[in-house]
Design a binder for this molecule. Structure first.
Ligand SMILES: [Zn+2]
Length: 285
């Protein structure tokens, strides 16, 4: 694959006739990751793509209004509808597009993804048709694509997807690159679980692994290690303060170490991360 020639290209076109929405101006960017593996960035969770003799396999589908743009970007890589769509978890910025792929594409996810989408009244076409409990593998494009359930981390139904031969991992929302994470406590997520799961992923990969984050730019094992170190340091700090009898107000007043200042971005401010750490640890007792 001509990686340098392909470096990255943009696919974008206006959808005249559609009502103005925040998705109208979103462009889908295609980034080569490894031989036959790409990452699509638009709005919502990053999409992983495998392309080859067997066709297309995608990981996550962003929001429904972006599906036509995503399909146009996929057409530049390979013909036909994707054979598989793997959902890393149930959040709408990763599964919203299911509804526009489900007719021609087999959706695969952890059983809790299906259960949570059903509880949100998602239509049948948008539901995973193949589910698993711990892990499963799909042999596709001359390689193994391994989905491994990561319990009680970002939610209770997350999977991390390993493209074994290509040495690529799609972390889903267990990984926000260079940012504090979002832990969905109401959907069975926990900070402790998130840390354990990211530690497991680090154990499985090496210095050459390309790491696709749920949100943010393409990363390396070293980037993921930095994120893990932040998770451990901030959670240790908050745990020890809780053990010293500090209240949430005192923790918010004091804040985290200055070295984590740049990690507050997007919708997770430093205060929100402290609040998540506090709630997760206090409720976890
Ligand atoms: Zn999410």
């Amino acid at each position: 694959m001509k990686r340098l020639a392909l470096f990255f290209f943009m696919v974008g076109f206006s959808l005249s006739g559609y009502t103005e929405s925040r998705f109208d101006k979103v462009e889908i960017t295609t980034i080569p990751v490894a031989t036959n593996i790409y990452m699509l960035m638009g709005a919502g969770g990053n999409i992983g793509v495998s392309v080859g003799d067997d066709g297309l396999l995608i990981v996550d589908a962003q929001y429904a209004p972006l599906s036509e743009k995503i399909k146009a970007a996929l057409l530049m890589l390979g013909k036909g509808s994707p054979t598989y769509l793997l959902n890393t978890h149930y959040h709408g910025d990763h599964t919203g597009g299911n509804i526009n792929f489900g007719e021609h594409t087999l959706i695969v996810a952890h059983e809790n993804v299906r259960a949570r989408l059903i509880s949100e009244d998602s239509p049948g076409v948008a539901l995973p048709k193949v589910i698993f409990k711990q892990q499963t593998s799909i042999y596709f494009n001359a390689g193994e694509v391994r989905l491994v359930h990561m319990p009680a981390g970002h939610t209770d139904g997350d999977s991390i997807v390993f493209f074994i031969q290509a040495n690529v991992v799609h972390m889903g929302d267990h990984y926000f690159k260079d940012r504090f994470p979002y832990v969905d406590l109401a959907a069975g997520g926990t900070v402790d679980g998130l840390i354990v799961n990211v530690g497991k992923a680090l154990h499985e990969i090496d210095a050459d692994t390309r790491v696709i984050p749920g949100h943010g730019s393409l990363a390396s094992r070293e980037d993921l290690q930095n994120y893990y170190d932040m998770l451990v340091a901030t959670s240790e700090m908050v745990t020890s303060q809780i053990n010293d009898g500090r209240s949430i107000d005192e923790l918010l007043q004091q804040g985290l170490d200055d070295r984590w200042e740049s990690w507050a971005a997007g919708f997770i401010s430093e205060d929100r991360w402290i609040q998540t750490l506090y709630t997760s640890f206090v409720e976890g007792r």
